[in-house]
Write a protein that binds this ligand. Structure first.
Ligand code: GLN
Length: 530
């Protein structure tokens, strides 16, 4: 197995995850089997308990692992199937080492960062070898070089490379080459310093991926090469992409990144055929029409909080030869000023997932607006719960209907805690998580969209539609078009008297890729166009 470590320098948010994923795209198209792993230096065991405004979206894997959003990029850009092994946090490393210690595994020894923590990190990197389904492992290290908390990971990588040999493992350093307007110059010093920081701890990057606003002249490349001890052809320019993140693999290929990486690792492979990928990118960046979709949420300040949803909308746009303009609406503003002001004129409305009662009344108003004005509506997870509450209140006349998450004493608990959740007290990793099957009602819109009767989708929730209200709601035109195979859990709902109103208890956004857009999103955008 060959190993590629991706580190970041100078600042965060450089798109390390995208760089790792894009390299994955290219290596797969050179005929290699690739898997990707993220090492996160924080102490949370997983990001599942973190606020999306702090950390961005929590990405859920098929096996139910709650992971960093970079794993979403990995799955969208490649065919690799990720499991909880693919996201390792310091919290998990310490949890394992400390429970080994309590069991007595290190009896007699002092337990230390070196070797115990670093050994556990190396074991987790190595574990992919035993699985045996990949030729190359790309490991991204979260954070920025120089962070105290990232040091054990970097030290583990130093030891690891020593063990497997430099012909089997390389370091790719993603860095920033800022343009100083007043001087009219690109500056290489921050990169020199962050590489110096790596070298201080015994790591020498073989490739630099330089994020920059301006093209790197030969002179700049030579300077980076000289000071960072990297050959000039391993200085890769990553100029800001104008239109779409899916251009990134094409750009890196043009810079010779995959060629260089394969040469360094002795991987004799043909050039990647990117023609299909190019077609997809063209359909995304140069569509012949546009629609506007309002996303009514509460984590609106941070682009990353609804990452997979925005990506899925973009893929669906590409499939419909249509650009999707997002109108991000803060649900609390709707509460203050009404739906009309923020939603009139939009072609579709989407209510995403969420937790807690802030903004829920605004989302309910948005669902009502979509239902009454016959605007295409897609509800995801909390979005389905919201749509159900709205229907119960305003069509079935169940005054005060609510979810017990927001109003424990509601007279009509349309949404209530799942039975299995009643005994759960810990917050971490304890929701209904991961991939579960759903059976679709023949002849329903959902059935038509999926063209299957059984599907599997990823979940992350504690509350469910309360089946006591099924009959009453169905009598008024509320359609339950997807349930768990035993029929107990409501997974998809639609409305009879509406052109396109679908809401789901799961997260279809996690399964959408640019080369296979999710059918629900694709059909939603088609409805928006109509
Ligand atoms: N808060 C809701 C629940 O736990 C919805 C969760 C979500 O949208 N992911 O059921």
């Amino acid at each position: 197995m060959k190993y590629i470590f991706v580190t970041g320098g100078v600042v965060s948010s450089l798109g390390k995850g995208l760089a790792a994923a894009s390299l994955g795209t290219l290596l797969e198209r050179r005929g290699l089997r690739v898997t990707l792993q993220k090492l996160d230096p924080y102490l949370n065991v997983d990001p599942g308990t973190m606020n999306p405004l702090q950390h961005g979206e929590v990405y859920v894997l098929a096996d139910g692992a709650e992971t960093d959003l970079d794993l979403g990029h990995y799955e969208r850009f490649t065919r690799c199937v990720l499991t909880r092994e693919n996201n390792l946090t310091s919290g998990q490393v310490y949890e394992t080492v400390l429970s080994n210690e309590r069991r007595g595994d290190y009896l007699g020894k002092t337990v230390q960062v070196i070797p115990h923590i670093t050994d556990e990190i190396k074991r987790r990197i190595r574990s992919f070898e035993q699985v045996g389904n990949a030729d190359v492992l790309i490991t991204e290290i979260g954070g920025t070089t120089g962070d105290i908390e990232g040091l054990p990971f970097l030290e583990a990588i130093r030891q690891f490379i020593l063990q497997v040999g430099p012909q089997n493992a390389i370091i790719l350093h993603v860095t920033l080459v800022p343009f100083i307007k007043a001087a009219g110059e690109l500056k290489t010093k921050p990169t020199q310093q962050s590489v110096a920081k790596l070298r201080e701890i015994g790591l020498q990057p073989q490739v630099l991926i330089c994020r920059t606003e301006k093209s790197l002249e030969l002179e700049v490349r030579e300077k980076l090469s000289l000071y960072c001890n990297v050959p000039v052809d391993a200085v890769i320019e990553a100029i800001d992409v104008d239109h779409s993140i899916y251009e990134f693999p094409l750009m890196l290929q043009a810079e010779g990144l995959d060629e260089k990486v394969c040469m360094l690792l002795g991987l004799n492979t043909p050039r990647a055929d990117m023609s299909e990928w190019k077609k997809i990118v063209t359909s995304i960046i140069d569509p012949s029409r546009r629609v506007t979709v309002a996303v009514v949420g509460k984590y609106v300040e941070l682009q990353d909080a609804y990452k997979s949803i925005y990506e899925a909308l973009c893929h669906a746009g590409g499939a419909n030869d249509c650009g999707v303009d997002l109108q991000i609406v803060d649900a609390e503003e709707i509460e203050a000023e009404g739906a009309e002001k923020y939603l009139s004129g939009v072609d579709g409305i989407l209510v995403p997932g969420g937790f807690g009662d802030r903004g829920t009344e605004g989302k309910i108003a948005a669902a009502r607006y979509a239902r009454e004005k016959k605007i295409p509506f897609l509800g995801l997870c909390l979005g389905m719960q919201i749509a159900s509450i709205e229907f119960a209140r305003n069509v079935c006349g169940l005054e005060g209907a609510n979810s017990t998450e927001f109003e424990p004493a509601t007279p009509h608990p349309i949404i209530a805690l799942l039975d299995e959740q009643k005994k759960v007290s810990e917050k971490g990793g304890s929701m209904r998580l991961g991939s579960w099957p759903t059976v679709l009602k023949p002849g329903s819109l959902a059935h038509q969209i999926y063209s299957h009767t059984e599907i599997a989708e990823r979940h992350r929730h504690r509350y469910e539609f309360n089946s006591d209200y099924r009959e009453q709601m169905e009598a008024k035109g509320f359609i339950i078009s997807g349930t768990s195979p035993d029929g107990t859990l409501v997974e998809i709902i639609e409305l009879r008297d509406h052109p396109w109103f679908v809401a789901v208890q799961f997260h279809p956004e996690f399964l959408s890729k640019p080369d296979s857009p999710h059918p629900l999103f694709r059909d939603f955008i088609a409805a928006c166009i109509r």
